[in-house]
Ligand binder design. Sequence first.
Ligand SMILES: Cc1cc2nc3c(=O)[nH]c(=O)nc-3n(C[C@H](O)[C@H](O)[C@H](O)COP(=O)(O)O)c2cc1C
Length: 177
Amino acid sequence: MDFFALIAARHSVRAFQSRLVSAEQVRRIVGAANRAPSAGDRQAYEIVAVTSSDRRGRLMRAALGQRHVAQAPLVLVFVTHPERNRERYGDRGAQLYCLQDATLAAAYAQLAAQALGLSSVWVGAFDDAEVLAAVDAPPGIGASSLLAIGYPAEVPEATPRRLLEDLVHQETLSNIR
Ligand SMILES: Cc1cc2nc3c(=O)[nH]c(=O)nc-3n(C[C@H](O)[C@H](O)[C@H](O)COP(=O)(O)O)c2cc1C
């Protein structure tokens, strides 16, 4: 599928079939994430691929009971690894760049999942400490996002977007509304 058609076809799915995501699909998804740019190419994030129902249940509870988190056969947990950036970039690297790195990687993973015929939803509403505990994260690691991935069990509705005329500003923000 053409790249722009792929982007247009992606919609969040919050109901998943029990059909599993294969190991090869997981490898291709995280492989795409691994191609994302990062500050200084330091990739100051980690990805945890969670498939066990026990951990998916813990992640669901961490995500304020959002059932699609436990229902999806695969949950990718993107966490920041600030210390990979601190030496070179100081606080800006440890606070901002690692979050941007992790976010970009998750965005690439989400589109890769779509390209493989899978569906997904990005989950950001969660208790950080509970997410980190669910994946046995050591101190110093920060929660960034969850991607719940699987075969869709619903046809999602397309969501609206802002008009480009409202979103994009020519040269200056002086006309912001
Ligand atoms: C930072 C962020 C946090 C989000 N958190 C959640 C969430 O906790 N639960 C959920 O069901 N969807 C969540 N979403 C998905 C958005 O609701 C969804 O992407 C948005 O409504 C646009 O719909 P679309 O993905 O179908 O284009 C999140 C998306 C982003 C980017």
